[in-house]
Design a protein around this ligand. Structure first.
Ligand code: HDD
Length: 682
């Protein structure tokens, strides 16, 4: 047998190289390779005459254009992706025979697509929603897809309800509103009629639903899967991606404004970071439960509305993923990539989670429509990097030219090849779980506690996080037109926490409940974003500068920020170069009209000796918005006047004094804290 090529870090890139085409500098041809002498005028019967049917060039160009859209994904339509590499920390052979997890420094190429769930392909990115986090590992044993979200639980327990949930959250069918938003009657009608949604709705109302960046969010495989080792021993496993930059969020007012100012905010951040060599990284962590411990917990492992508290079931880090290359073509790669939780490799198997079981049908089915038939695995982005052979043939867009007269099993012509191989030789074999029971349409009693973990989530939040959850409920339910929906939601979420439900009720004109609530006191500190990594290297500062600025000090401060990985953009009244007091120059990145305070994590106001009224007005606006969004604000030199005028000089996170070096260290400290929740914001 011919030796199979070894998969390495660049295997996918090398494979894709065969398909890349650079059209620049070439002669224009038709798709048949015919060079054309003219491409601006259609062929006409006389200069002012009608266009002729024989104009094959016009027809080809127009037909291709007319057909260049494909159906968008029914969910997760708005997405963005990048290439990278996964590197295993060591061997997990005692748990799984999956080869990509089998050795220290073993490298596997990956392709990762992030997405919102509800919005259409062109919708804004900073909406309140879960985020998709799909990873395709191009392993030597075939493609393994980990198709997760940035939240560890899901809305429903059984896949048969997925179309109902999605219909409820999508724009309402009679008027197709609202786009990419859960704040409307049908979603909340679904919620109150399906109380299994309680836990996930708590996540959706939390800051996790408005990530600052795709680079700064975690990922979760959600379901219990199985690891199976070479001896056939199985463990339940949950997959977790942990961002090395920490998990960071926007505030709601800011998120809504960004949706207008820069609807591409999240993809721009990812693209620019990778482009600048600032590669995002995640560690892959696994939580393991032995088969014999399946029933030892106060939740059912098969219920996707439950998480495994990491204080009880620790996360073991098994590798690191780095995204290091942007795509060459978004349609060919990001749009045509086809993920499927059923794309597994030996050593990874399924649990009986009824949500997962339904997904195993849905994903291939949707690609058949979206990518027009059964040959989507041949598209360059979807092709495994290992060889694939079977007797499947034909279908729209088939590219392989399978040789020979045999396309069936068993055949004496081919000695019945391609032939299945034994497990020992790497053949996939399903875990032999013992099954018994009656065929029923039912739900296990063990799935019926919908509120304990929702309360655990609430218990784990800090005061500012709780305030945001109450505000989110008030916004979402406040947008619902029907009073009974608001009342129903207050009644339902009283089961999570009485004070929370009372606060929401007051805001939305519902009589606050006086009794009920939960007696669950359990908390999982890891769920609070307060406990995440905070680094200045995730922050971008808007620097407000005008001509004549004190260049010696300001440039020293900017260098000091940059040395800690802080990015900055110079914002001024007009584009071009600004000359400082000693002749040093700063290039303006943006004017007040091309950017906005919501696009920065902090503001540094410098100004200049002679700013215009417009500059002063904009500076006050930038500082005011940053203040309201709890962001660090620094001011030196002429910039200090705006801090004084706003009366905020002694507020937390506002740094407006000191020489260059003491200002830099205090401002860096304020930046590293990210948001200053203890600030008095009216
Ligand atoms: Fe799904 C896409 C994640 C439940 C049916 N899903 C899709 C994507 C992600 C998820 C990240 C986008 C993939 C990409 O980037 O191309 N889905 C989840 C998670 C779920 C989940 C974490 C619960 C744990 N999904 C789920 C159920 C069903 C589906 C229960 C149906 C039974 N999902 C689909 C789909 C999509 C999809 C309709 C649309 C586009 C696609 O598959 O390729 O088949």
């Amino acid at each position: 047998m011919a030796k199979e090529p070894k998969v390495h870090e660049n295997s996918k890139d090398e494979q894709l190289e065969q398909y890349r085409v650079d059209d620049s500098g070439k002669s224009l041809t038709t798709n048949q390779g015919l060079k054309m002498a003219e491409d601006e005028f259609s062929l006409k019967a006389g200069e002012r005459g009608s266009t002729l049917l024989e104009d094959f060039h016009f027809r080809e160009k127009m037909t291709h254009f007319d057909h260049e859209r494909i159906p968008e994904r029914v969910v997760h339509a708005r997405g963005y992706a990048a290439h990278g590499v996964f590197e295993a920390y060591g061997s997990l052979e005692h748990l799984t025979k999956a080869k990509f997890l089998s050795g220290k420094s073993k490298k596997t190429p990956v392709f990762v697509r992030f997405s919102t769930v509800a919005g259409s392909k062109g919708s804004a990115e900073t909406v309140r929603d879960a985020r998709g986090f799909s990873t395709k590992f191009y392993t030597e044993e075939g493609n393994y897809d980990l198709v997760g979200n940035n939240m560890p639980v899901f809305f429903i327990q059984d896949a048969i309800k997925f179309p109902d949930f999605v219909h409820a959250v999508k724009p309402e069918p009679h008027n197709e509103m609202p786009q990419a938003a859960s704040a409307h009657d049908t979603l909340w009608d679904f919620v109150i009629n399906n109380q299994e949604t309680a836990h996930m709705m708590m996540w959706l109302m939390s800051d996790r639903a408005i990530p600052r960046s795709f680079r700064m969010m975690d990922g979760f495989g959600v379901h219990a899967f199985r690891f199976v080792n070479a001896e056939g021993k199985s463990h339940f496993v949950k997959f977790n991606w942990k961002s090395t930059l920490g998990t960071h969020s926007l505030v709601w007012d800011e998120a809504q404004k960004i949706a207008g100012k820069d609807p591409d905010f999240n993809r721009r951040d990812l693209y620019d970071s990778i482009d600048q060599g600032n590669f995002p990284e995640w560690e892959l962590g696994v939580q393991i439960i032995a088969e014999e411990d399946e029933h030892k917990f106060d939740f059912d492992l098969l219920d996707a509305t439950k998480l495994w508290p990491q204080e009880e079931i620790p996360i073991q880090m098994v590798g690191k993923m780095t995204l290091n290359r942007n795509v060459d073509n978004v349609f060919a790669e990001t749009e045509q990539v086809a993920f499927h939780p059923g794309h597994v490799v030996p050593g990874i198997d399924f649990s009986n989670d009824p949500l997962l079981q339904g997904r195993l049908f849905s994903y291939t089915d949707t690609q058949l429509l979206r990518l027009n038939g059964p040959n989507f695995h041949e598209l360059p982005i979807n092709r495994p990097v290992c060889p694939f052979h079977n007797n499947q043939r034909d279908g729209f867009g088939r590219q392989s030219i399978n040789k020979g007269r045999v396309s069936y099993q068993k055949s004496s012509f081919t000695n019945s090849t391609p032939a299945p191989v034994s497990e020992a030789e790497g053949g996939y074999s399903h875990y032999q779980e013992k099954m018994e029971g009656r065929k029923v349409r039912a739900r296990s009693e063990s799935f019926k506690d919908h509120f304990s973990q929702a309360t655990m989530f609430w218990n784990s939040m800090t005061e500012p996080e709780r305030k945001h959850i109450i505000e989110a409920f008030s916004f979402e339910l406040g947008k619902c037109q029907e009073t009974w929906i608001r009342e129903g939601a207050v009644e339902m979420f009283t089961n999570v926490n009485l004070e929370m439900a009372q606060a929401v009720a007051k805001n939305i004109g519902v009589i606050p409940p006086t009794s009920g609530g939960s007696d669950i006191t359990k908390a999982s500190p890891a769920l609070s974003l307060d406990n995440t990594v905070k680094s200045p290297a995730t922050r971008k500062v808007g620097v407000l500068v005008d001509k004549g600025f004190n260049d010696a000090e300001v440039l020293e401060i900017l260098e000091g920020l940059e040395a800690k990985g802080v990015q900055y953009e110079v914002v001024s009244e007009m584009q071009g170069k600004l000359k400082g007091s000693r002749g040093k120059e700063l290039e303006v990145d943006h004017t007040f009209t091309t950017t906005d305070p919501v696009l920065y994590d902090a503001i540094y106001a410098v100004g200049g000796p002679d700013v215009s009224k417009k500059f002063a007005k904009e500076a006050a606006r930038y500082i005011g918005e940053a203040f309201d969004h709890y962001k660090p604000i620094g001011a030196t030199h002429d910039g200090q006047q705006w801090i004084e005028a706003a009366g905020i000089e002694s507020q937390p996170g506002v740094v407006a004094a000191g020489d260059a070096s003491s200002f830099t260290s205090s401002f860096l400290e304020a930046i590293t804290a990210h948001r200053h929740w203890d600030r008095q914001v009216e």
